[in-house]
Write a new protein. Structure first.
Length: 168
């Protein structure tokens, strides 16, 4: 019982000192204002943190919903062969230096890509083909050239827009 009485005495003394500290006639108002400002600031930070967490959760849920819809849409309908060939041409423009030299054809989701490319580009084409929606399989009939010397189509700038920018 003595330990409990000592603990109660210490808690009471601590609370009394805190009340005297905060209610001091000379500087108590400043201390109370400072404590209030710190509490308000802490509440604002907690509110911002919780808003970010809630927003993040909603964004993740929306992203998962979009992925599920995309997956279902991808597997529920087939893509027109002409549209698929155009889609593949568009994607290949990002991975090869001279996409205009490539011939792309699609038949029932099977895409055939043929034409001259620079060395190293066939692996980039294969990597991109695996990511294109609607491509069930693909066949690469490309001719890889180490240098563009003997292929006039592979020589020069890769994009006409870059040539115009450099000329200006």
């Amino acid at each position: 019982m003595k330990a409990r009485s000592a603990f109660t005495l210490l808690v009471g003394a601590g609370l009394g000192a805190a009340v005297m500290y905060m209610l001091d006639p000379r500087t108590g108002a400043r201390r109370r204002a400072l404590a209030r400002d710190k509490a308000v600031h802490g509440l604002k930070l907690a509110g911002r943190w919780s808003n970010r967490k809630v927003r993040n959760s909603f964004n993740r849920a929306a992203g998962m919903t979009a992925e599920i819809r995309s997956y279902l849409r991808l597997h529920s309908r087939s893509v027109n062969d002409a549209a698929l060939a155009d889609r593949v041409r568009s994607h290949l423009g990002h991975v090869v230096a001279h996409p205009g030299l490539l011939d792309v054809s699609a038949q029932g989701g099977v895409v055939t890509v043929s034409g001259p490319v620079l060395q190293g580009e066939p692996s980039r084409i294969a990597g991109r083909m695996r990511k294109i929606r609607g491509v069930k399989s693909y066949e690469l009939r490309v001719e890889a050239h180490a240098t563009p010397e003997h292929m006039p189509g592979l020589q020069g700038e890769s994009h006409p827009e870059e040539q115009q920018e450099r000329a200006a």
